[in-house]
Design a binder for this molecule. Structure first.
Ligand SMILES: Nc1ncnc2c1ncn2[C@@H]1O[C@H](COP(=O)(O)OP(=O)(O)OP(=O)(O)O)[C@@H](O)[C@H]1O
Ligand SMILES: [Mg+2]
Length: 381
């Protein structure tokens, strides 16, 4: 008797738990670049299902778009999620290879050349496999600013993208089929600049809304078609134009970056850093810019928050268990710092628990009521 065939409806959009975790991890780290994350998750799923072409690198991505919008951060975040280390990737700054003889640093020199033993090639098999783990047998290979590569590097790239094999100066072959290759370029980013042709300075552009990407995306891709050869572009699996960032995204990035600073401080001492809304506004105005993206933010947090807190800890003004409130000076000249000592306030409030005294401090007034004191980081007094 023939068994009746029962067809089950399937959902080709459903991700594996692993791919879902990866996607969520990337979304938590890279703000406002959902299409790029979507694309990366899909490729990861194809690879994990064993369906990627075994005779080529797992996949190659051309990441385009304005500076400071998360292109490098995306690759670093992937490294962090796969290997628990943001630096677990091979990065090649193409600008450092503007002369063809410099290519020897990547592939080594042929035997007989002066110094051929002194310069171990950066792209040796050992180095390429260095970060791979049993769980994630993959290498993240990042070529930054590829438009600055010289012809020799282009030839190298074409070979790698095509066959996943690299021939070293010694004629040894390096297998690059277990690589995810990322190439970044700012080609066409001037199309974004024109959108920002407003009075400069973030103050004058707030509130700033990210432009409609569909207008720009095609122009950027068009620019890449003018600059890069078809044989190169046709070898690339995904071309992704990163979004320009707007005020909402900058706010989320500030939260992320403040979170990193907070956890760095906490690794050293149990100190609770809080930022008032005024301090956040100050940091956003000074550290972000539609034209340069979020790039200046990290430096600003380092120079105005991290260094100051380091001084406060070093000079003994802040100690274990303290809460430190970061506020903006009224005259806009910088940030001010105040502390609230958990134990003192606990005693004043009749021995309340330490957690109770560490409730969020949102204004100078609250802090004063709690017996807070002004702190002076070195060089500020
Ligand atoms: N979308 C984003 N999400 C989270 N952080 C971001 C984002 N964009 C930028 N940043 C912050 O700005 C810094 C610089 O970003 P990133 O290095 O990714 O820029 P990029 O797009 O690679 O620029 P470039 O084209 O100049 O290399 C990051 O280290 C991060 O602190
Ligand atoms: Mg970059």
């Amino acid at each position: 008797m023939a068994r009746s065939a029962r067809w089950r409806e399937l959902d080709p959009q459903r991700l594996s738990p692993e791919a879902r975790r990866l996607k969520e991890g990337l979304l938590a780290r890279v703000v406002g670049q959902e299409p790029a994350i979507e694309s990366l998750t899909t490729i990861h799923q194809i690879w994990r299902s064993g369906l990627s072409d075994p005779n080529r690198p797992i996949a190659s991505f051309l990441l385009l778009g304005p500076t400071g919008t998360g292109k490098t951060r995306l690759v670093e975040s992937l490294a962090e999620l796969l290997f628990s280390d943001r630096r677990a990737l091979l990065k090649i700054d193409c600008a450092e290879f503007s002369h063809s003889h410099e290519i020897a640093r990547l592939i080594g020199s042929p035997p007989g050349y002066l110094g051929h033993r002194d310069t171990p090639p950066y792209l040796s098999q050992e180095n390429v496999d260095r970060h791979q783990t049993r769980e994630h047998p993959v290498t993240l290979l990042l070529f930054d600013e590829i438009e600055k590569a010289n012809d020799a590097l282009w030839m190298l790239l074409l070979g790698i993208l095509d066959k996943g094999v690299l021939t070293l100066g010694t004629n040894e072959q390096v297998d690059l089929t277990r690589c995810l290759i990322f190439m970044t370029s700012n080609v066409g980013a001037d199309h974004f600049d024109r959108l920002h042709d407003k009075p400069m300075g973030f103050r004058s552009t707030l509130p700033y809304v990210a432009p409609d990407m569909s207008q720009v995306s095609e122009s950027v891709l068009e620019a890449t078609r003018r600059i890069f050869s078809p044989e190169f572009l046709n070898r690339i699996d995904r071309r992704i134009v990163f979004n320009s960032l707007g005020e909402e995204q900058f706010k989320r990035i500030l939260d992320l970056e403040l979170g990193y600073v907070r956890s760095r401080v906490r690794k050293r001492l149990d100190v609770d850093l809080r930022c008032t809304p005024a301090a956040r506004r100050y940091l956003l105005e000074k550290g972000t810019n539609p034209r340069y993206g979020a790039r200046p933010l990290r430096g600003l947090l380092e120079s105005e928050v991290l260094f100051a807190v380091a001084n406060l800890i070093g000079s003994g003004q802040v100690g274990e268990g303290d809460a430190v409130q970061i506020d903006a000076r009224r005259d806009g000249s910088g940030l001010s710092f105040r502390s609230h000592r958990a134990s003192a306030a606990a005693a004043a409030s009749g021995g309340g628990s330490a957690t109770a005294t560490l409730a969020p401090v949102e204004s100078q007034e609250t802090l004063r009521e709690m017996g807070g004191r002004e702190l002076v980081p070195a060089g500020r007094a």
